[in-house]
Design a binder for this molecule. Structure first.
Ligand SMILES: Nc1ncnc2c1ncn2[C@@H]1O[C@H](COP(=O)(O)OP(=O)(O)OP(=O)(O)O)[C@@H](O)[C@H]1O
Ligand SMILES: [Mg+2]
Length: 149
């Protein structure tokens, strides 16, 4: 499904809809949002909007040195997840490095919401039942999102 986003603020609505949908699924593993797209396409900006909906107060950054960051979630209506894990694999050379970071345990826990930027290198560890979003640059303020499950 393709959606045109005219500005950053519109990302919050999409983030909210998708996380509510993921939360309703009865999965035996974490809920996963895989964010595809080029540098500056809007993956971190989307994650910030998602974090805002999830009432995360800490700063969501493009993790320059940190590959994986965990945020505890409070009670949010219709959201079952207890933690959000934000991962950016851009600087990883090998998928095996994710194993060292304990990524497999994180993926196996249904209470986790995992948001992955640059998911390509992590694909072998990601559940098939997940939501993929491909961010495509349109112009300075607009993006096309191609959402698939
Ligand atoms: N509609 C929009 N959606 C997302 N980002 C937008 C939009 N309009 C403008 N932007 C700007 O585009 C930039 C997107 O950068 P962002 O860090 O989110 O990209 P990224 O996909 O995470 O890149 P990287 O691969 O480097 O992590 C930001 O500066 C943001 O303000
Ligand atoms: Mg980013």
């Amino acid at each position: 499904m393709k959606t045109l986003i005219k500005n950053e603020k519109e990302l919050e609505k999409v983030a909210k809809e998708l996380v509510l949908k993921l939360s309703q699924k009865e999965l035996k593993h974490a809920g996963v949002l895989a964010l595809y797209g080029e540098l500056g396409a809007g993956k971190t900006t989307f994650t910030k909007e998602l974090a805002q909906f999830l009432k995360i107060e800490e700063n969501i950054s493009s993790p320059t040195f940190v590959i994986l960051k965990t945020f505890d979630l409070g009670e949010i209506e219709n959201i079952k997840f207890k933690k959000m894990i934000h991962i950016d694999t851009y600087r990883l050379d090998l998928p095996e490095e994710l194993e060292r970071l304990g990524f497999l345990d994180l993926v196996n826990d249904p209470e986790n919401l995992i948001v992955v930027e640059w998911p390509e290198i992590a694909e072998q560890f990601l559940p098939k039942d997940r939501i993929n979003i491909k961010f495509n640059f349109v112009d300075n303020t607009s993006r096309e999102l191609d959402i698939s499950e």
